[in-house]
Design a protein around this ligand. Structure first.
Ligand SMILES: Nc1ncnc2c1ncn2[C@@H]1O[C@H](COP(=O)(O)OP(=O)(O)OP(=O)(O)O)[C@@H](O)[C@H]1O
Length: 568
């Protein structure tokens, strides 16, 4: 999608609010220009009338000044109200839309953002963009309309003066801000990129602090963060220098224009074609037309930052690669059809060789499938195929992939919420009895009993710290609470003693059997494989051997050699 197309979509549903804010900004700016011009003219006129001892009707100009002052104050108040309403509406809608979109994206997608990067895009980048819709678009339109109105009005009274005003406004509203914006593109982009890099670095340090300390990398990590911080300060300093330059250049141009108008109008006054007070009025009008230009240097300088933020947010909202995962409660009732992979070859983006090659398997309700092999053999990638996250290059898949899998991962991610919330992610409607049953099946009865707040104990960041084994078993309990038709256990015994491992697996398999759930056991150790119907022995993405584990032990194949190696 083009930048413009994205912006148009971005403002969908809230354009009326944006236009209302723009109209109010226009009225306020117009009142301000008239106020400045009439006040200047009024003061000069009064002084001249006083000096000449002439009479001066001050009722009408006083009323205009008072009216414009009220309109300006009221307009500014209403504009702020409407503008903030528009921004809040945009923030609420867009962030929710992007979050929903992101949750549907495949991790296979090269632009899939993670952790602090996603948080920065959904946080500060989005806010930069939302502010820009109004603080960039509205000042430009207002300045253009007011400048044109002043030039046309002046041309009707004194064309040579209009030429001078037009030139002054072109320099003040065009050359100065455009030049500064051009020069500000780089620092703006650099500041956005540096801010994102710093956020990611900080998140890494906070999350990986144990590793950083353990490996004695504190000094190096600090130096890297300091360098990122310095890069951000440098980029912001450059942007600030240009801001100050913009602030100084515009008033200078306005004053030069004011005197140029007087010089250009003087011959007309001397020639009698222009009244002296009219020239004073035109000079102040031209001067006042610079007022709406004052936000332009700053607004245009933000173009770099805004386009960088736009590109980063736009990348999040790219085409959706796959349909959203079906909701468990809307899945068709009854037994799902078996999934059949036939000679599937697939690779992750950027991989030089296929991650999986020529893989065939069948998974029917109630089946137990063991995936065994060394680290990197491709076991988890098979699950990614079942989940629809990795799409095959060749081969066929029958049955529903992209189906909901209940995955108990090696390192479950726990949200900064209560134990109850973390467990009910898959199905918020589960009962307390079911929660306690699942924790018991995963071997966490004593652990739960020791928690001061029980199921309401806070977990995740800032919550109760868990050991690797506890977190893994919590992952198992969470997977057990999901009604998905396939249960995936990724190295479930890691971190447990053999007796506890066997007991947990016994209970989990019995539960799955009672529900006719298919089970996929991923492991690089023999434990639990004897309970599987079929085992796939993988190496380098290829299935070296497949079959019933008991039958495989009776043949001189790679699986038997693997068992013998592990027994030594
Ligand atoms: N999301 C991903 N994006 C890119 N490459 C990936 C991704 N997941 C896995 N890979 C790569 O695919 C290959 C197979 O990895 P996979 O995780 O399937 O192996 P595994 O047998 O499950 O290993 P382990 O036992 O260590 O979990 C590896 O080279 C890995 O780097």
């Amino acid at each position: 999608m083009t930048r413009l197309g994205f912006l148009v979509r971005f403002t969908r549903g809230h354009r009326l609010w944006i236009l209302a804010g723009l109209a109010l900004a226009m009225v306020t700016a117009l009142a301000n220009v008239v106020l400045l011009a009439v006040s200047g003219w009024f003061i000069t006129g009064m002084a001249l009338a006083g000096a000449a001892g002439a009479s001066f009707n001050y009722f009408l100009p006083s009323a205009v000044i008072r009216g414009c002052a009220i309109l300006r104050a009221g307009g500014r108040y209403a504009e702020r109200l409407v503008t903030h309403e528009a921004i809040l509406r945009l923030i609420g809608r867009t962030r929710a839309d992007l979050f929903a979109h992101l949750s549907r994206r495949s991790p296979q997608d090269p632009v899939f953002p993670r952790g602090a990067d996603a948080a920065t895009r959904l946080g500060s980048d989005l806010e930069t963009l939302q502010g820009a819709v109004l603080s960039l678009f509205s000042p430009i339109v207002v300045a253009l309309v007011i400048a044109l109105a002043v030039i046309v009005h002046t041309a009707g009274i004194a064309p040579p003066v209009a030429v001078v005003v037009a030139l002054g406004l072109a320099v003040g509203g065009g050359a100065v801000p455009v030049g500064l914006a051009f020069a500000g593109r780089r620092p703006g982009r650099e500041a956005i990129t540096a801010r994102a890099a710093l956020a990611m670095g900080l998140a890494d340090v906070v999350e990986g602090r144990d590793e950083v300390f353990a490996f004695g990398a504190l000094a190096r990590t600090q130096a890297a963060l300091t360098a990122r911080d310095a890069a951000l300060r440098q980029a912001r300093r450059r942007a600030a220098h240009q801001d100050s330059l913009g602030l100084a250049l515009l008033p200078v141009t306005a004053h030069v224009t004011l005197w140029a108008v007087v010089v250009a109008g003087a011959p007309l006054v001397i020639g009698g074609t222009l009244a002296p007070d009219a020239l004073v009025m035109l000079a102040f009008l031209g001067f006042a037309a610079f007022d709406p230009l004052s936000p332009l240097p700053q607004a245009l300088q933000r173009v770099g930052a805004v386009t960088a933020a736009l590109d980063r947010v736009r990348a999040l909202a790219g085409p959706t690669p796959k349909a959203s995962p079906p909701d468990a409660r809307t899945e068709p009732r009854g037994e799902p059809a078996p999934i059949r992979l036939t000679r599937v070859t697939a690779r992750w983006p950027g991989a030089s060789r296929p991650t999986l090659e020529d893989v065939s398997l069948t998974l029917a309700p109630g089946d137990r499938l063991g995936l065994v092999g060394a680290s990197g053999a491709g076991k988890s990638s098979i699950v990614s195929i079942l989940a629809g996250d990795l799409r095959p290059d060749t081969g066929t898949i029958e049955g529903t992939t992209g189906l909901r899998l209940a995955v108990a991962p090696q390192t479950p991610v726990l949200l900064s919420e209560t134990l109850r919330h973390n467990l009910t992610l898959g199905d918020p409607a589960v009962t307390e009895v079911a929660l306690r049953d699942a924790l018991a099946t995963a071997g966490l009865v004593d652990w739960l009993a020791a928690l001061p707040l029980g199921l309401d104990e806070p977990l995740g960041r800032g919550g109760r710290p868990l050991s690797g084994g506890e977190a893994r078993r919590l992952g198992i309990a969470r997977a057990l609470l999901s009604p998905a038709p396939v249960l995936v256990l990724d190295e479930p015994g890691e971190g447990l003693d053999p007796a506890a491992e066997a007991a947990v697996l016994d209970r989990v398999l019995a539960t799955a059997e009672a529900r006719r759930q298919a089970v996929v056991l991923i492991t690089h150790r023999p434990a639990g494989l004897d309970r599987m119907d079929t085992v796939l022995y993988l190496d380098g993405g290829r299935v070296l051997e497949a079959g019933n584990p008991w039958a495989l032990t009776r043949t001189e194949g790679p699986f038997r050699h693997f068992l013998e190696r592990c027994a030594v």
